[in-house]
Design a protein around this ligand. Sequence first.
Ligand SMILES: NC(=O)c1ccc[n+]([C@@H]2O[C@H](COP(=O)([O-])OP(=O)(O)OC[C@H]3O[C@@H](n4cnc5c(N)ncnc54)[C@H](O)[C@@H]3O)[C@@H](O)[C@H]2O)c1
Length: 291
Amino acid sequence: MEIQGKTAVVTGGASGIGRGIAHALAEKKAAVIVADLDEKRAVVVAGELEATGVRALGVACDVADEAQVEALADRAWREFGRVDLLFNNAGAAGGAALLDSRAEDLAWLFSVNVFGLWYGCKAFGRRFRDQDTPAWIVNTGSEHSFGVAHLFAGFYTASKHAVLGLSDVLRRELPDHVGVSVLCPGLVDTEFWKAAERRPGQYGGPSDPQAITRAIMARGTNPLDVGRRAVAGVEREDFYIVTHAHARTFAEERYREIMAAFESQAPAQPGDERYDVGTIIRDLLSKNTGV
Ligand SMILES: NC(=O)c1ccc[n+]([C@@H]2O[C@H](COP(=O)([O-])OP(=O)(O)OC[C@H]3O[C@@H](n4cnc5c(N)ncnc54)[C@H](O)[C@@H]3O)[C@@H](O)[C@H]2O)c1
């Protein structure tokens, strides 16, 4: 995927990884629309990008509100004529032990990380499909998408598994000219430690950041480096975009545990493939059986 001369939308682009992605896109001479809850900071980041010689725009958008995401897409096409890349990057985090957590926390994390991300896939994916030119969607997952299971991160981990699952199906449902990646960073030094300050009233309102979360995140990698890796992953047209080698340990551990369960409980037998649901769906559709 060629980046130069393309137009990209980056949600959550006013800070951290989103800002890193926006700068990495500008380095490749793409025009960038920086969309964020925080309009002031989105406009500041757009100014930084313009200073490097690319076209940029900073706009307000709450990805958890489908109407705002649709309005973002309308505006992007209206003002830039065409959009080619969507980085669905805005995210929420915060957590406690699962048995001490509240339903509102689950609803809030999913409203941004899952519903918000899907609104973006839908609004931009439909337009990409109809535009019929090469396009790409990058969904920000996490190392939590494939097996990192820290204490107190149950809801966040569930939401990032949802990002991976949704992206994996989406890439098969979209036409060939629209690609999908899932960006799975490990620890990155951003302002994510204070994400709970943005929790809306309907989910319990803002809560104070925890000092330990700040101290943990300060040990993370540089967001611009992650942004560059995200853009390079799109250029290579990779589905998985990974950034932290250590996360491999967790992915391998999960894979080994799953394989060991199959070996001991359900070893392969001739004819197993008759239960492959994807094949069954294709078979039923091809026979036009009316189901
Ligand atoms: N920092 C990490 O270690 C890390 C690791 C893996 C994945 N991630 C993911 O990276 C993404 C970006 O996080 P970050 O670390 O850069 O954090 P950050 O807090 O620095 O940036 C997040 C940005 O998203 C915006 N935002 C939050 N909710 C929004 C909403 N509803 N609508 C629009 N914008 C919204 C914020 O205003 C902020 O500018 C998230 O999806 C997060 O889950 C972060």
